[in-house]
Unconditional design. Structure first.
Length: 181
């Protein structure tokens, strides 16, 4: 697995384990449909919504082309929720939403204090990890990373991460953390 950073979006390229080896070419689809966090955007007999077709490879043998929308894991802000981020994302231009498939998990920890969005959005609210008032110490960060990895496996294949507020901290930090390993 490899991390790349593009402008302000962090992308994690993952090798799809369900598709055989190196003779596969990925292309991004641009069909018209909105966000859908559970059902695939393409009409396909394959449960993942991936469209398969065969084409002639450069060596004269068959090559499978897999066409699908990029799948993005969206990490919500501090003391909000995946549902709140999903609602907020509906304000994005349809020209963007129709080109990606977005997934909005809730952070692993229930809100440990008052949420700034209380009264605007309904609870429950969540946190990715906790930190001190001075932002010099944090708790549950490793558990948070394990949870994000579980989400990436659950919604696999995931092509990128998108975050807001505390979720953006994670999306930006993950490539650097991976480089340390």
């Amino acid at each position: 697995m490899k991390w790349c950073t593009l402008v302000t979006t962090t992308v994690w390229n993952v090798s799809p384990s369900m598709i055989p080896k190196s003779r596969i070419k990925f292309e991004h689809a641009t069909s018209n449909s909105g966000i859908n966090s559970h059902n695939p955007p393409h009409k396909s007999s394959h449960p993942s919504g991936i469209i398969h077709h065969r084409t002639m490879g450069s060596e004269g043998s068959d090559m499978m082309v897999v066409t699908r929308k990029p799948r993005i894991l969206c990490l919500h802000g501090f003391r909000t929720s995946g549902e709140i981020f999903r609602i907020q994302s509906k304000k994005w231009p349809e020209s963007v939403l129709e080109k990606v498939e977005l997934f909005f998990p809730d952070a692993p920890f229930p809100c440990n204090g008052k949420s700034e969005v209380e009264g605007i959005f309904d609870p429950p609210f969540y946190e990715w990890f906790q930190f001190s008032k001075e932002f010099t110490e944090y708790e549950n960060f490793d558990k948070c990373l394990e949870y994000i990895e579980e989400c990436m496996i659950k919604y696999a294949p995931i092509d990128g991460l998108l975050g807001f507020s505390q979720g953006a901290i994670l999306a930006a930090a993950l490539p650097g953390l991976q480089a340390k390993v």
